[in-house]
Structures are given as structure tokens and as C-alpha cells.
Design a protein around this ligand. Structure first.
Ligand SMILES: [Zn+2]
Length: 308
């Protein structure tokens, strides 16, 4: 679905006919009426995914902002928590992370009426939030956390930005984190600007739902689990920022079509296996759907397609 990554154990996609992504990894029925027999104007799905007319993120580089919500620096295992922050900073570092990878260039295959994304993305700034909305967040709290970071000027207001709300493992997201999804993305009007944002919780809260392996390439199951989910939401935000651009007839956005599929890995799954190397770091990151050559899941732009 658009913007949402379903949990490992529940990759159910509802079988409705007209679906739109809801940012949470499962399809919802569109709230627009579709006339019977209106098939002449149906967009073609040459590569297994359909353009619905909305914009993609075409900025020269998409600016990533992290909002670390809750306790990421203190507590029973401070070094482990700080390590998580460092690793995810590295994953989104502009020159040695996902932003300079051929993996993220897969998103260049998603054009809107003006052009296509560059495939460049990088972390610009981060801030923290000390449980201002408590430990049980509703979706509206997530938007409020982003809004507060912008209105307080902790982070700039950036229409070319993607704001991640990253919650500590003692925080619940009550619309279904760990049971229905591991992360989601959407957009909303904040201070008069269309702001793209995503929720990703610490996957250590529910390893069996949101982590492919607990022995992970960088020795930090939370960071390594979140890495794949953040990659998923980032690619969907770029190709379908407002949930009205690229998704298939079941409401699946590009990364939804490859959820929990990694292709060939180095090592053994469950024992620190990885399938991507960015800079000097290894990661296990799900594949993305390439919108060319008939469509398929691959690890790099123009690479071999894999079904698992
Ligand atoms: Zn998704």
C-alpha cells in the first residue's frame, strides 16, 4: 500500500476492486465513485503499477528530517540506544548511505507530468521530543509531533522534506503499530505547506512482526530492523507523497509490492545476513519495485528481478 509497511505475519491485502493506498500498507476503498464501464480512461499498468495523476518528489535531493521521540539516549542500555541513532544517521547520510545508492535510484522510474525523482535523498537535520504526547500515540499525535518540531523551529518547514517520527520501544502507535504495520507515510497541511512525514517505531518493540532477523548485520536489531522499514517508507514517499501518484489496482505502492522480499543475501537469514552495502556498512533492506522493463522487484536500478 501506499506509505505503509505491513507486519511480517499479516501481509493481507483486501481484495476490493478500487483501492487506494492509505499510507499504512493495506488498501482502503477509494472515496471517489468510479463509473461502471469507464474503462476507456483507465490508466495502463504496463509495469504492474499505475499512475494516478498526483505529483512525485522531484527535488534535486529529498531532505530527510529525524524526530527522535522518547528515550533514545538514556535508560537501561544507553550505548545500544545511542548506537541505533548513529546507525540510522549513517544510513541516511547523503554521501555514504541510501541516498547515493543504486537502490534508491529505482525511484527514478516513477515520473509525474513534469519529470521524475532524482533518486537522491539525505539527512539534513534531527531533533528530539521528550514524550510530549505520552506513550500511546494516535495518528493525529504523529502529525502534531511533526507540526510542533516545525512551529518551534527545531526543524525547517520544507515542502521537499520527509519528516520521520521515530519512536522509542516503549511507545505505542494505537492505529496498529506491530499488529497491522511496522511503519507508514502520508502528507498533511502544516503551516500552509504540504508536509510529507512518516512514522517508524523501534522494531525491537515487536521483533517477530517487524524484524526479519534479530541477529543483524550491524549488531543492533532495532536499527537494522528500522533500516528496511525506513527505506520502504522513504521510497514510497518519493513516488507517492500525497497518496495519489503511483500505486497498483490493489492499492500497493512501489515498496509494498516487494514487502519482506530481499533477493539473494550474503550470509544466512537470522544470522546477520545482508543484501546491500552502502559505504562501509552492510544492510538487509527489502527490494523496491522497478517501474520499467515490465516491472519487478530488484535491489538496484536495472538489476535482476527476483520474486523472493
Ligand atoms: Zn508501504
Amino acid at each position: 500500500m501506499v506509505g505503509c509497511l505491513t507486519v511480517l505475519s499479516a501481509q493481507t491485502v483486501r481484495q476490493a476492486v478500487h483501492l487506494a493506498p492509505n499510507g499504512k500498507g493495506w488498501g482502503v476503498e477509494r472515496k471517489v465513485s468510479v463509473e461502471a464501464g469507464a474503462s476507456t480512461n483507465k490508466p495502463a499498468a504496463t509495469n504492474g503499477i499505475i499512475y494516478h495523476g498526483g505529483p512525485v518528489m522531484r527535488a534535486n535531493s529529498v531532505n530527510v528530517y529525524f524526530i527522535w521521540y522518547g528515550n533514545w539516549t538514556n535508560g537501561p542500555t544507553p550505548s545500544d540506544r545511542q548506537h541505533t541513532v548513529s546507525l540510522l544517521d549513517i544510513l541516511f547520510a547523503p554521501t555514504r548511505g541510501i541516498g547515493s545508492s543504486s537502490y534508491f535510484k529505482i525511484n527514478t522510474t516513477y515520473s509525474d507530468t513534469v519529470g521524475h525523482p532524482t533518486g537522491n535523498i539525505g539527512l539534513v537535520a534531527s531533533t528530539t521530543n521528550n514524550y510530549s504526547r505520552g506513550k500511546k500515540l494516535a495518528d493525529s499525535d504523529v502529525q502534531a509531533i511533526v507540526s510542533s518540531a516545525i512551529s518551534s523551529r527545531a526543524l525547517p518547514k520544507d515542502a521537499n522534506g520527509l519528516y520521520f517520527v521515530l519512536t522509542a520501544s516503549d511507545v505505542a502507535e494505537t492505529s496498529g503499530f506491530c499488529t497491522k504495520y511496522c511503519g507508514w507515510h502520508t502528507s498533511g497541511l502544516i503551516g500552509g505547506t504540504d508536509i510529507k512525514y512518516a512514522f517508524v517505531g523501534n522494531s525491537d518493540r515487536c521483533p517477530s512482526s517487524c524484524e526479519m532477523q534479530t541477529v543483524s548485520p550491524n549488531g543492533n536489531s532495532g536499527a537494522d530492523g528500522m533500516a528496511s522499514i525506513m527505506a520502504h517508507e522513504a521510497a514510497e514517499a518519493v513516488s507517492d507523497p500525497d497518496l495519489n501518484a503511483w500505486y497498483d489496482s490493489a492499492g500497493n505502492e512501489n515498496e509494498d509490492k516487494c514487502a519482506w522480499k530481499f533477493g539473494p543475501v550474503t550470509g544466512v537469514l537470522g544470522h546477520g545476513a545482508y543484501n546491500q552495502t552502502f559505504g562501509t556498512y552492510n544492510w538487509l533492506i527489502q527490494m523496491n519495485w522497478e517501474n520499467s522493463r515490465g516491472g519487478g522487484c530488484d535491489k538496484t536500478l536495472g538489476g535482476k528481478f527476483y520474486t523472493q
